[in-house]
Design a protein around this ligand. Structure first.
Ligand SMILES: Nc1nc2c(c(=O)[nH]1)N[C@H]1C(S)=C(S)[C@@H](COP(=O)(O)O)O[C@H]1N2
Ligand SMILES: [Mo]
Length: 338
């Protein structure tokens, strides 16, 4: 939270890193790297980085990258998986080219249904499936989904996907395939492990099931749920009693836009509007703040709750699912007024 309160963009050297597969690249020679586009296309392509950068004018987009399991460690009942706090997210300015520009050169055939994106990393055992994620062709062609080579104005750090990664604005980080070297256009829905077995959620908007149960029908995880965080107060921080402290935070959703953030300092009995500040575009973090004057000494747990332009907001009670994905409950920090 100290990093998130410092500025809307998360610096590259503070950004979280997540891999499923141990044999991920630690060096890639830019001169010999090739990106392939193949499958149900009229023209298969094999491009160097220089070719790719010449293909179309570069675009820039600021977007949050957040792991599906961000905040999983707070699930109750506990769930398997990395016991993450709130740090498996970050907001960066990505530079690259729209996948639409790339596919425009190779021209998918009429019967194309999905595009599968493969990363260069591998598992240690022969049977471990490579990291491959798929998007519907229409989604891949929306002009926003991009192949990025720069993050906050610098080459992608190796651990964040050098030399190229996929950015799917508003979608969970699992779609952000790092070290992408292969796009395969398919005439069917991709059935590999990372789409058909992993990263599946209950087929309802909050991805929720009764604690301890499994969803009956699942779909691939997709868009972010809406979230807000108090960033300027660490848990157990001390603030002065009977004097105003300006409390700052961030909010984001899957791209509809934050309409309002409300705050409560009495455990959710009364709410008032926070002041929205700078934002970093519809897919990025936005700032907000409010003045909080603890009426007396004691413990307080200020709450924040975001609402977006299509009416999505954060629940007051945590929702549960077996994989610990997409947490978006109203979060708390505990502060001591002295
Ligand atoms: N090649 C490759 N790309 C990958 C992954 C992976 O295991 N291999 N993990 C994905 C997941 S689950 C997340 S949350 C994001 C994390 O991106 P970051 O490490 O740049 O923060 O990368 C995604 N891209
Ligand atoms: Mo993830």
């Amino acid at each position: 939270m100290a990093v998130f309160t410092d500025g809307l963009l998360t610096p590259n050297d503070a950004f979280f890193v997540r891999y499923h597969l141990s044999a991920h690249p630690t060096r890639i020679a830019p001169a010999t790297f090739r990106l392939r586009v193949r499958g149900k296309v009229n023209t298969a392509l094999e491009l160097s980085l220089a070719d790719l950068k010449r293909l179309a004018p570069p675009v820039e987009l600021t977007a949050v990258n957040q792991c599906s399991g961000n905040s999983r460690g707070y699930f109750n009942p506990r769930v398997n998986g990395g016991q993450l706090g709130h740090g498996a997210m970050g907001n960066a300015r990505w530079t690259g080219i729209p996948v639409r520009a790339l596919l425009g050169q190779s021209r998918p055939r009429k019967d194309a249904r999905q595009v599968a994106f493969k990363g260069l990393d591998h598992g240690l055992l022969a049977g471990t499936p490579d990291f491959i994620k798929a998007l519907d062709v229409d989604h891949a062609l929306d002009g926003e989904v991009m192949l990025a080579w720069a993050m906050n104005g610098e080459d992608l750090p190796m651990l964040n996907g050098y030399p190229l990664r996929l950015i799917v604005p508003g979608y969970f980080g699992t779609y952000g395939v790092k070290h992408v070297d292969d796009l395969e256009v398919l005439d069917s829905v991709y059935t590999g492990f990372w789409m058909a077995s992993a990263y599946r959620v209950a087929d309802n908007p909050s991805h929720t099931v009764a604690p301890g149960t499994a969803p009956k029908k699942t779909i691939p995880i997709a868009r972010f749920t809406i979230r807000s965080f108090i960033t300027s107060l660490a848990d157990n921080a001390t603030i002065p009693a009977a004097r105003e402290t300006v409390v700052r935070g961030i909010a984001f959703d899957s791209g509809h836009g934050i309409r309002e953030v409300t705050v409560s300092s009495d455990g959710g009995q009364t709410w008032r509007a926070a002041t929205l500040g700078a934002d970093s575009g519809r897919y990025g973090f936005g700032e907000w703040k409010f003045g909080f004057t603890p009426p007396a000494r004691g413990s307080f747990t200020p709450l924040s709750r975001a609402l977006n332009r299509i009416g999505e907001s954060q629940p007051l009670e945590p929702l549960w699912n077996p994989a610990g994905y997409a947490r978006y409950v109203v979060e708390t920090v505990c502060v001591e007024a002295v």
